[in-house]
Design a binder for this molecule. Structure first.
Ligand code: NAP
Length: 337
């Protein structure tokens, strides 16, 4: 497909509430088509699908299952998973795919963990959980779904303290619920890795807990970008290099981060850093805002926190800053000037 054809394509994301979606930004970096957000109520689905004039559609909460009856066919993966997050429209109708599985497999492989024969807990039993379960099965893991209402639930978690990996597919810990965490990790004595599908904030409380215990932890940004890459390939009918996805992961992670710089950087250098990175300075060495204000600031990107050892030794403040914080060393801060 040439550039002009791509520019004339209309694609987008369907969901009920899409306020904080990163998808337009990611698809904008992946390809040159138009990508819009479509917030629709359940009763609007039939007319929306009939009249949209779209080439491609991503689907999110709560429509990943509801959309299936409207589609002409499903890919074998979508069929097996029972959820669709990507629809391609052509002359033969509407075709459903699941690219969450592809995205999660890329994330899993990036962890470097060999999960074959290992016990993996999947927290939550919704659409993303089904895609995760499909990939874990493909990699021969012994996966157990923990559901609030299932046989394996949060009141009998002790049966599974031998798990070697935990994958969070619940929304617990997602912005603005920064303090929320679905489980306490301390009793999991064999735990080697935690994967949280959440990408906003970049570091959930679960991820911060894991790192404090010396356990490797990854967020859902790699999955998000790779599921979008695979969807874009289906919309365009051509492949996109993995290196492009890697560049987008770095760029979007940087743009969604707050920078944390040490206290010994000079005033003019701070001003210059703020102007170069488009961030607003918050000098924590001069006083700490209330926890509510700090939660607000750290939950959203756009700040450059100035923090010395005293500030960072306070565990509660450090954790709050680290939800979206990227520590910049003095050398790197000077390198950015
Ligand atoms: P979903 O279909 O609504 O499923 C979420 C599941 O989490 C529910 O089925 C429920 O399972 C559990 N849950 C919901 N509220 C909970 C609570 N308060 N406490 C404990 N468990 C709760 O949503 P989804 O599409 O699977 O998405 C889930 C999360 O994954 C979201 O945060 C989403 O942003 C993220 N996600 C990320 C990517 C990515 O690319 N990184 C892709 C897809 C989804 P039980 O009722 O069985 O407990």
């Amino acid at each position: 497909m040439n550039t002009r054809d791509t520019a004339s394509l209309k694609c987008g994301l369907l969901g009920r509430r899409l306020g904080h979606s990163f998808s337009p930004e990611i698809h904008g970096m992946l390809a040159g088509y138009r990508y819009d957000l479509y917030e629709r109520e359940p009763e609007e689905l039939p007319s929306f699908l009939r009249e949209s004039g779209l080439r491609g559609l991503n689907v999110t909460i709560p429509y990943k299952k509801d959309i299936i009856p409207f589609l002409n066919d499903l890919s074998p993966e979508a069929e097996q998973i029972g959820a669709v997050n990507t629809v391609v429209f052509d002359d033969d109708g509407m075709h459903g795919y699941n690219t969450d599985a592809y995205g999660f497999e890329k994330l899993l492989l990036s962890s470097g963990c060999d999960i074959s024969g290992k016990k993996v807990l999947i927290l939550g039993s919704g659409g993303a959980s089904a895609a995760v379960r499909y990939v874990l099965l493909k990699h021969q893991a012994d996966s157990v779904v923990i559901s609030r209402t299932g046989e394996n639930n949060y009141s009998n978690l002790s049966l599974h303290y031998d798990a070697e990996m935990i994958v969070n597919t619940t929304p617990v810990g997602m912005f603005p619920d920064l303090d929320g965490s679905p489980v306490c990790l301390a009793p999991f004595r064999s735990l080697k890795a935690v994967i949280d599908l959440i990408y906003n904030p970049l570091n959930t409380s679960l991820i911060l807990d894991a790192r404090e215990l010396g356990i490797a932890a990854l967020n859902g940004m790699t999955m998000l970008v790779y599921q979008a890459k695979r969807a874009a390939e289906l919309f365009l009918g051509s492949s996109i290099d993995d290196a492009e996805a890697g560049r987008i992961i770095s760029s979007i992670t940087e743009s969604k981060s707050n920078l944390i710089v040490p206290g010994d950087i000079s005033g003019p250098d701070i001003l210059e850093l703020c102007s170069r990175t488009g961030r607003k300075a918050v000098d924590l060495t001069e006083g700490i805002p209330t926890l509510k204000e700090l939660t607000e600031l750290s939950g959203r990107p756009g700040s450059l926190f100035i923090a010395d050892g005293n500030v960072m030794r306070d565990r509660q403040i450090k954790r709050m800053l680290m939800h979206n914080g990227m520590i910049v060393s003095p050398e790197n801060a000077h390198g950015m000037l």
